[in-house]
Write a protein that binds this ligand. Structure first.
Ligand code: NI
Length: 208
């Protein structure tokens, strides 16, 4: 009887090891086949997504801006392009309104609008475009490689979509990423959300 128990114990241990191996293999397969959806990034749960990292770009005002330039203050980052017919100008108008509503508190957060279309959005084009919005918002551009690097770091999505006769538009992530003063991801800001939700998120970001 005693020997039988030992054998049973060994068998159950074997089953447990086999199940663990299957579970590990499955989790590997699942993460490989379920792509990260940048437009559904949330801060829910204990594990915050790894968003952010080093970058080097130039602002519409002609100043070099890197990840370390932005440290020390919470910052918001969003992606777009000046030829955007609707989403980007709306986001910039909304943000301009929110900054006005925050009053002097808005000085506690930096907003950067990073172009996903560096081919057309030169520093000069951005400088002219940004005249329509809050002067505290920095528009950033760079080489195609520099822009590709920041998109990758922020797990943001951008894709060129031809519209015929050599023209194109850009499909891109429309969320803003709210980062803390150390450059760690804290939350997203969606310009489709109502004004109160946006303001609450901004005030929370200012406290972090
Ligand atoms: Ni856009």
């Amino acid at each position: 009887m005693r020997r039988l128990r030992v054998v049973q114990g060994i068998l159950w241990a074997g089953v447990a090891v086999a199940l663990a191996v299957v579970a590990i293999a499955l989790s590997g397969v699942l993460t490989r086949f379920v792509p990260a959806r940048p437009d559904t990034v949330t801060s829910a749960g204990s594990g915050r997504p790894q968003v952010g990292g080093p970058f080097r770009l130039v602002s519409h005002t002609g100043v070099e801006v890197t990840d370390s330039t932005l440290r020390g203050k919470p910052f918001g980052m969003f992606f777009g392009f000046t030829h955007c017919p609707d989403v980007c100008p709306t986001a910039l108008i909304e943000l301009t309104e929110r900054l006005k509503e925050l009053g002097s508190d808005a000085d506690g957060i930096t907003f950067v609008f990073v172009t996903v279309d560096p081919e057309r959005d030169t520093r000069e084009v951005l400088a002219s475009y940004m005249q329509s919005f809050d002067p505290r918002i920095l528009a950033l551009t760079g080489t195609s490689e520099e822009v590709a690097a920041i998109l990758k770091a922020y797990k943001a999505y951008a894709r060129k979509v031809p519209t015929g006769s050599g023209n194109y538009t850009m499909d891109h992530t429309a969320l803003a990423y709210l980062m803390d003063r150390k450059g760690a991801f804290r939350n997203t800001l969606d310009f489709h959300e109502n004004k109160e939700v946006q303001l609450a998120k901004l005030r929370l970001a200012l406290r972090e």
